[in-house]
Design a protein around this ligand. Structure first.
Ligand code: FAD
Length: 310
């Protein structure tokens, strides 16, 4: 069996793998797609000490760092089930893969990440990274002095609009329902800003562009039924971040949003199972945070192995 088996090959899993392998213990990493969300990212400007990079470049660096060590990388493999098993040789955790194989390990780190909920309207995919963005902390500064929309009037949408209002020329916040769903204190702050307009009952219908970049947004006024159009350069979609944890339902404690509940050491509700990154309840979904949490979960797994692991 493995000493540490990591499920998920994004920044959190890669960091966990390097930290585990450096302890000289048997380390494996299973990933549906090594690199994770970083593969889909264009410019990265907030990975501290690296002023500017691109997603695929950072993924290549992650992989080469992991390959410096004896880590068994099992790419293009999806985990479907986790179970604890008591055997004569001690407590092992089993991970079942979609291909039918079962991997056994003395400890497991889950770092299966998350995905942004998409609007599913024409133009969204075409202009992704060319005006359509999902992360205000990452891409906000790219729209300095420009006009943007934020889609979604929940906490994350309203937080994004407040954040962006300090950088961009104008923010239009569009909410599908008839009221914003964000906390009252956030709504008050938002309404105090002079360069923000709020449109409720707005159903986004299309991302418009000139073939290269976004130049507008079409929506339907759900009360009048009229088609409307906003001219802008950027669209931030804030309608939810979905953790990749469906396969853990019923085995690990998850939050109401489906995030894996972890304590300050990255422990989950199952002994010997740790978790890190965007799949967990740890706030602020960022590369540098996922890496830090991956390192922490790995050190916790090592601590578990030398204390409790048989
Ligand atoms: P992920 O990167 O999501 O990796 C998850 C891994 O788990 C993948 O390998 C995936 O294939 C695998 N996996 C999932 N389910 C299974 C399964 N059942 N079995 C096996 N493997 C599985 N952050 C920044 O800090 N700066 C930025 O500029 C930035 N820009 C972004 C731009 C975009 C378009 C997106 C989408 C995100 C951006 N982020 C940025 C956020 C950042 O990418 C994430 O916070 C970070 O990748 C989270 O790392 P993670 O390892 O937790 O998860």
């Amino acid at each position: 069996p493995f000493d540490v088996l990591i499920v998920g090959g994004g920044p959190a899993g890669s960091s966990a793998a390097v930290y585990a392998a450096r302890k000289g213990i048997r380390t494996g990493i299973v990933a549906e797609r090594f690199g994770g969300q970083v593969l889909d990212t264009m410019g990265i400007e907030n990975f501290i000490s690296v002023k500017q990079t691109e997603g695929p470049k950072l993924v290549a660096a992650l992989e080469s760092h992991v390959r410096e060590y004896e880590v068994d990388i099992m790419n293009l493999q999806r985990a479907e089930k986790i179970a604890a098993s008591d055997t004569a040789s001690g407590n092992l955790i089993e991970i079942q893969l979609a291909n039918g194989a079962t991997l056994k390990s003395r400890s497991v780190i889950i770092s299966t990440g998350a995905r942004w909920r998409e609007m599913n309207v024409p133009g969204e995919q075409e202009y992704r990274g060319r005006g359509v963005a999902y992360c205000p902390h990452c891409d906000g500064p790219l729209f300095k002095g420009k006009r943007v929309a934020v889609i979604g009037g929940g906490n994350s949408g309203v937080e994004a609009a407040i954040d962006l209002a300090g950088i961009v020329a104008h923010v239009t916040l569009l909410e599908f329902g008839d009221t914003l769903r964000a906390d009252a204190v956030l709504q008050k702050k938002l309404r105090s800003l002079s360069n923000v307009s709020i449109i409720t009952n707005a159903q986004t219908t299309e991302v418009l562009g000139d073939g290269k970049k976004v130049n507008g947004l079409a929506y339907n006024d759900r009360i009048s039924g009229d088609a409307q159009h906003v001219e802008l350069e950027g669209i931030f979609v804030q309608i939810g971040l979905l953790p990749n944890t469906d396969w853990l339902k019923g085995t690990l404690d998850l939050s109401p949003r489906g995030e894996i509940e972890v304590d300050s050491h990255g422990r989950t509700s199952m002994p010997g199972v740790f978790a890190a990154g965007d799949a967990t309840t740890t706030p602020f979904k960022q590369i540098i945070i996922a890496m830090g949490e991956g390192a922490k979960a790995s050190l916790s797994a090592f601590d578990y192995l030398i204390r409790d692991g048989k």
